[in-house]
Structures are given as C-alpha cells and as structure tokens.
Ligand binder design. Structure first.
Ligand code: KG4
Ligand code: ZN
Length: 330
C-alpha cells in the first residue's frame, strides 16, 4: 500500500491530505479567507504567513485522522504551481524538508491536475478518456484527458478574460455580498428568478469562454436601477448565464470528441445550479457526469496527494532538492 502525503498552499487554503492507494484516509484544512475579506481579494503576503502558521498543525491533524505514522509515508506531493509565488514557496519548502527527513520521493504537482484528481478520491480511477471542465477562481479550462499522470493533456479552450469563479467574486462585490463571492451569490440566487434578467451568454469561438461582458452587464444593470435592484434576481440571472455557457460548451466538447465522460472540478463545481444543469444536460446527451463532493471541489491537500499517488504508481521520476515553484505554470 502506497501512502502519500499531499500539501496545497497555492492560494488562501492550507490543505494537507493523506491518501493510501487512491483512498483518502486523513486530511486537514485551514483558511486565511477571513483575513482577506476586508481587502476584497487574497493578499499574497497574508496568505503566505498564514500557511507558515497553519501547515505543520495541519500535517499533525491529518496524521491523527489517518491513523498512520510519518514512518509509513511512501511519498510527498506538493503543489508547485500555478499560484501565488510566496504562498507556493511555503508549501514547497515544507514538503522538501519532510521528504528529506523521511527519505521518500517528492513530487511537484500541477494545481489543476490536483483539481481533476480530486474526483478519483470519490469515484475511483478516471476512465481512459474524458473531458474535464476546470472552473475555479483562477481558471476556466476545458481539457481532453487520457492519463492524468503522464499522457499529454489536450487543451480545448480557456477563458479569454475572467475565470468563472472570478466573475462570481466580482459580481458578489457589485451586489455587496462580500468575499468569497461564489457561495454568497449562490445563496442569494436561491430566492431569485433565474429568468428575470436576460444577461448575455458570450459564446466566443470553439471552446473559449468570456465572462467580462457578463460582469459589465451586471454592473450596468445595478448602476441603472440602484433603487430597486432585486439582489436575488440579479444573482440568480447572473448565475444562470454562467452555468448555461459552461455546461453547453462542456457537453458539446464531449459530443464533438466522442468522449463519454465529463468531469467537472474546481471551486465553482461546488455550485448547486451548475451541478443540477450539468446533470440534466449530460443525461440528455448520454454523457456520464462526474462531480466530486463540494468539499473536494475547492482547494484541498487530498487532491494533491491523489496526483502524487498516480505519479508514484506510474514510476515517474521524483525531485527533492531540485523542485522549484512555478507560479505561472501553463
Ligand atoms: O478551486 P478554488 O477553491 O481555488 C482556486 O483554485 O481558485 O476556487 C475558488 C473559487 C472562488 O472564485 C469562489 O468564489 C468559487 O470558487 N466558488 C463558487 C462556489 N464555491 C466556491 N462559485 C460558485 N458557487 C459556489 N458554490
Ligand atoms: Zn484551485
């Protein structure tokens, strides 16, 4: 049995997870989210300091939950990028020290591979071919995957401007709903009418996305009718426009490439309406939909351990001294 410890510190969540043969056995999460709230976004220096404080207590908690000892760890995995440079460095420095002390291989993991692998912790290994829609605060990407551990990943499309999560965060700010915006907009939308306002659905070429026009349309709407903005209706109509575009393009990618499985991951995949509409459209198109539980959609250490497990099993070369962070990893 291979036991892998995973560390995630790319943004404001300090995540540690322990995975044994593809199964999550222990995890811990700490967040500096509240410290960033009054700035309206993540402040890198604050995030990095918080990681330094939280990381080793999280490692201790994850071991306690897993019921294994550090001596049983076979490999360490850590997010190497993309992400905030100073935040990433705290995780990589800690992971190097642990791998060195335990004399086990260290794997640098791409944050987005981690998001995709999160699904394997709940639904088992991914099928031979699948389309992945990654929707987070920093990314909106459609990928064609073969083997997460080594095969080339085909990039189908990206956002041309704002990421889906970023759009949620910005619209939350416009509506005075606070940070982080995604869960706040989703909550406000529960009491609103998604068909009340026909916000634009940008459909740029092929599998690209664009959300800045939608955000601007929401801003104009709020500006024009400040007296009687019904926040719930604006939130619901905005959310509907985002999930409509995301699900339409993802299902079309499956159909165009003859791929029977769609996996949706990343923080925005925690969105209830996205999950609902994706399930509806996938069922209609005969596509199997895989979406992990919301707590596995947002950043966590277990997803990084999951990729580490795949790399270890595939016999991929490890790095201990040489690993460096790659904040803008493609
Ligand atoms: O994957 P993640 O935790 O961190 C990044 O890698 O960016 O994603 C965070 C993003 C934020 O923009 C947050 O507002 C959004 O995911 N998010 C949501 C929901 N929960 C988190 N967006 C919409 N609905 C949600 N329920
Ligand atoms: Zn993420």
């Amino acid at each position: 049995m291979a036991v892998v410890l995973g560390i995630e510190t790319s943004c404001d969540e300090t995540g540690v997870g322990i995975v044994a043969d593809g199964r999550l056995i222990g995890e811990a999460l700490a967040s500096s989210m509240e410290e960033h709230a009054r700035f309206g976004g993540v402040v890198p220096e604050i995030a990095a300091r918080a990681h330094l404080e939280s990381l080793m207590p999280c490692v201790g908690k994850a071991f306690a939950e897993a019921g294994v000892s550090p001596r049983e760890v076979d490999a360490v995995a850590v997010t190497a990028g993309p992400g905030l440079a100073t935040a990433l460095q705290t995780g990589v420095a800690a992971a190097k020290s642990l791998a060195l002390a335990w004399d086990v291989p260290l794997y640098g993991v791409h944050h987005l591979a981690g998001h995709v692998a999160a699904d394997t912790l709940e639904h088992g290994p991914l099928p031979a071919r699948c389309v992945a829609l990654i929707v987070s605060g920093g990314h909106t990407s459609l990928l064609l995957l073969d083997d997460l551990a080594r095969a080339p990943i085909r990039h189908l499309g990206d956002t041309r401007d704002d990421a889906a999560g970023e759009a949620f965060d910005k619209v939350a700010r416009l509506l005075g709903l606070g940070y982080p915006g995604g869960p706040a907009v989703a909550k406000a939308a529960l009491g609103g009418d998604p068909d009340k306002i026909g916000f634009p659905r940008a459909m740029p070429g092929s599998y690209s996305f664009s959300f800045s026009g939608l955000k601007a349309a929401v801003a104009r709407w709020v500006e024009r009718s400040p007296g009687d903005v019904h926040v719930a209706d604006v939130a619901a109509s905005f959310q509907e426009a985002v999930v409509d575009v995301l699900t339409a393009k993802a299902v079309r990618a499956c159909r165009d490439h003859g791929v029977p499985t769609l996996v949706i991951v990343g923080g925005v995949a925690a969105n209830g309406r996205l999950r609902e509409l994706a399930a509806e459209r996938c069922a209609r198109a005969g596509v199997e939909l895989r979406v992990p539980a919301p707590r596995l959609c947002t950043d966590n250490g277990a997803m990084i351990a999951a990729v580490g497990g795949l790399l270890h099993a595939a016999g991929e070369p490890a790095s201990t001294f040489g690993l460096s962070v790659d904040p803008s990893a493609p």
